[in-house]
Design a protein around this ligand. Structure first.
Ligand code: VG1
Ligand code: CO
Length: 579
């Protein structure tokens, strides 16, 4: 093949957000748009990291992925990349990409240097919805801000990109290697089974035998909803073929380019079918399964449900951390430390204190956990946004979280699988609250609000922080039964490993009784702005941990909405989604 140099001009707004660049498909399919971003990434990595490199290119299978993969293959060839690895049909979950980078070895012993992941994660897909792309590094984790800043800089000055236009499209539906020869020598495209590395890794972490026994037990029932995302591929392999779950326990496990028209976000609003089946919907399900779970489009998120019971993600990571050493062989030697993102509830903090573990609070987004893990300081981490994971890879991992919960259930029930009464998901959570106290928690999302109004709201909240007595005066006027704000700031993080500083990571109001209000603007949307309000209250008294969470939090919610002047700034009287 020959290399062409194509003239181009910068596009505005190619700044990667919390997790890559996400835009409407019609934006991504403009001539040169994707090309500019990919070339800017190659420039940011530098010639010595690109020439001769092995790169993974795949994603959640959303609309435009197949075209994007062919474009990236041709550009990689032109930029001197040695080989491209593609999951069969272009499918690899985000956690599987991370596993492939860390585990897969080419015939000549090379490993992958990085990956383009084609996904907009939990955002809907299809010709009128979202596409996305992000770059992951050699450690399997998202590119750090130093790299994404460089990529963005390059997109503002780019003049040309390189592409091997004459290279024929590669058949990515069939496993096998296709070899080409270019001006700099051989170039390979290796299409491989999307599941093999990932399944092998999961088997090395969990005791599949004990999970198999749990799933085979007559009194245990199971259900998994992939929301037509890429998780379906892994769910079939792992839950059905490896662990013996019934095929009928899988919902929406065929990946679709438009996620069947749905919103592939595993929460109580969007995972409607699962929610109904688990007895949490409006219809009255007579006998819901004991355990249910869902994933987002790229399978890095998870929602865990028990029979008629919702597990808050902030509780989920705390419960996994509290039980990991006993229930999961990978952690039998102990945990190196735990971490959560700032808006995630402090349930994990209490476990860390109790178990005397190193603990870290990082900004939103998975990239900040990677440094801690590479330095051997953190084993288990999580976010309130349905993200849970560990140092087995450098991404959050939806299937891993489900296997972790199944392991805990298997461990707690090892003596009563013959037909006795099971320790349920709900029992495990309630016992956890009884021991550690409960962090009532909710998040209100105001999606696609006017960007100017959102900015003004945030500015208003920052300005208020300069006088706590004024803030407390306003709060007393709204709800006299809410405690006093004792500290208010914008969260700033200094990475303990590389010393880098990330500012403006969310506005915090911290109360005397441990309650918190946090306000952030989302960095993953593709239209307008999304305001997230995180509301948390700690209850230590075991006789008071069983309340309905929206009831318990009602006073703080009212304060959050009125203090921020939500209605005035956004014109919204209610959030789009409550989790
Ligand atoms: C959201 C979540 C954040 C998560 C990120 C990527 O970001 O809040 O916790 O890490 O999505 O998740 P934001 O900036 O919109 O709040 V995923 O599943 O899109 O890779
Ligand atoms: Co995701």
């Amino acid at each position: 093949f020959q290399v062409s140099r194509v003239q181009t001009k910068p596009f505005d707004g190619q700044k990667p957000g919390t997790s890559g660049l996400r835009k409407k498909v019609k934006v991504f399919t403009q001539p040169h748009y994707l090309h500019n971003f990919v070339q800017s990434t190659f420039y940011a990595l530098g010639d010595d990291k690109v020439r001769g490199a092995t790169l993974v290119v795949s994603g959640d299978g959303r609309y435009f992925s197949k075209d994007a993969i062919q474009i990236i293959i041709k550009m990689a060839a032109a930029n001197g990349v040695r080989r491209i690895w593609v999951g069969q049909n272009g499918l690899l979950s985000t956690p599987a990409v991370s596993a492939v980078i860390r585990e897969r070895v080419a015939a000549d012993g090379s490993k992958a240097n990085g990956a383009f992941i084609l996904t907009a994660s939990h955002n809907p897909g299809g010709p009128h919805e979202d596409f996305g792309i992000k770059y992951n590094m050699e450690n399997g984790g998202p590119a750090p801000e130093s790299v994404t800043d460089k990529i963005y800089q390059n997109t503002t000055t780019i003049k040309e990109y390189l592409i091997a236009e004459g290279l024929p499209d590669v058949d990515i539906s069939t496993v096998g290697v296709t070899t080409f020869s270019g001006p700099e020598g051989q170039f390979d495209v290796d299409v491989f089974d999307s599941t093999s590395e990932y399944v092998k890794l999961m088997k090395s972490i969990f005791d599949f035998g004990s999970i198999q026994k749990l799933l085979a037990s007559p009194n245990f029932t199971f259900c998994y909803d992939a929301l037509h995302g890429v998780a379906g591929v892994y769910a079939k392999r792992i839950f059905v073929e490896e662990l013996g779950a019934k095929e009928s326990s899988l919902l929406n496990c065929v990946p679709k380019e438009d996620f069947g028209g749905g919103h592939p976000d595993p929460n109580l609003t969007y995972a409607k079918e699962l929610v109904a089946r688990m007895g949490l919907g409006k219809t009255n399900e007579s006998d819901p399964p004991e355990f249910g779970a869902a994933a987002d489009g790229d399978a890095d998120r998870n929602m865990v449900l028990g029979k008629r019971f919702f597990v808050t993600p902030s509780d989920s990571v705390a419960i996994i951390a509290a039980n990991a050493v006993e229930a999961i062989p990978y952690f039998s030697g102990g945990l190196k430390g735990v971490a959560r993102s700032m808006p995630t509830s402090a349930a994990l903090d209490v476990v860390a204190k109790h178990l005397n573990l190193k603990f870290f609070e990082v900004p939103t987004g998975w990239k900040f956990f990677g440094n801690l893990m590479d330095a051997g300081m953190c084993s288990v981490c999580g976010e309130e946004s349905f993200g849970t994971g560990s140092d087995h890879i450098r991404e959050k991992d939806g299937i891993w979280a489900v296997l972790a919960w199944l392991s805990i259930l298997a461990y707690k029930n090892k003596d009563n699988l013959g037909g006795g009464k099971l320790v349920t998901v709900e029992d495990i959570v309630r016992q956890h609250w009884a021991k550690y106290g409960r962090h009532y928690y909710t998040r209100y999302d105001y999606e696609n609000v006017d960007a100017g109004g959102a900015k003004d709201l945030m500015a208003h909240l920052v300005k208020l922080q300069s006088s706590l007595s004024e803030v407390n005066g306003i709060i007393k006027g709204i709800r006299p039964d809410v405690s006093n704000v004792v500290n208010a700031d914008e969260f700033e993080y200094k990475d303990p490993v590389d010393g880098s500083i990330s500012k403006h990571q969310g506005i915090r109001y911290l109360f005397e009784d441990g309650s918190r209000l946090v306000f952030r603007l989302s960095g993953t949307g593709s239209e307008g702005a999304t305001i997230r309000v995180y509301i948390e209250q700690y209850e230590k008294d075991p006789s008071k941990t069983g309340r309905d969470s929206q009831d318990a939090l009602a006073p703080l919610v009212e304060v959050a909405i009125k203090l921020s002047k939500m209605a005035e700034f956004t014109g919204r009287s209610a959030p789009t989604v409550i989790t």
